[in-house]
Design a protein. Sequence first.
Length: 103
Amino acid sequence: MLHALPILDKGPSLADLQSTARILVQSWYDAMGGKPRPYYSQRVLSWLQEGFDPEVILAAMQATFEAPDPSWRYLEAIMRRCATEGCYQPMQWINRRPPRTAL
């Protein structure tokens, strides 16, 4: 008797991740303007490959847009903090600790 093997979900394909990265980077340029930089696309793709939900990246971008001095470096800092805190899913973003304030 043959048994069907379960299909292992390997997650989204590289093409799907690249498409999502393009959409996210376009959101960045729509809000921030500037010249397209290949590094931004590469970085967003790497975040997606690391397991960040696109909604978390979008939320980090929104937090960056609302910052007093928004920049790509600011976004990178938020994403590093998310990785350190294990904040990869939208509910983790909602429940994350507020940033420390300077004294």
